[in-house]
Design a protein around this ligand. Structure first.
Ligand code: ZN
Length: 101
């Protein structure tokens, strides 16, 4: 299951998007300012252990969602339970439900 990491060009936030299948015509919105000016900075990372690249940021599953947590705390916001749960599940290798695009 791929994760795509994006950087917002308006507020410089970095956030992660989970895709079951990548749809190139879908541009994600910045989670902080909802800007559409986001740049993909990691093309594809998979949870599949066979294709896991060693030394990758995501080889440590506790890094999953770190940017999301950081950007929430940076803005002094409480992370919604649904987001927390999605990150927890992703760290356990389970993909969150309801994020299919
Ligand atoms: Zn932004």
């Amino acid at each position: 299951m791929p994760i795509y990491e994006y950087k917002c060009e308006d507020c410089d936030d970095i956030f992660e998007i989970f895709f079951k299948t990548y749809l190139s015509n879908k541009t994600p919105k910045c989670i902080s300012c909802e800007s559409l000016k986001v740049k993909k900075i990691i093309s594809s990372v998979s949870f599949n252990s066979k294709s896991k690249s060693t030394g990758s940021y995501f080889s440590d599953s506790s890094n999953i969602g770190k940017h999301v947590e950081q950007s929430f705390s940076k803005h002094g916001l409480q992370m919604p339970d649904s987001v927390k749960k999605s990150i927890d599940n992703a760290r356990k290798g389970k993909m969150p439900k309801g994020l299919d695009i």
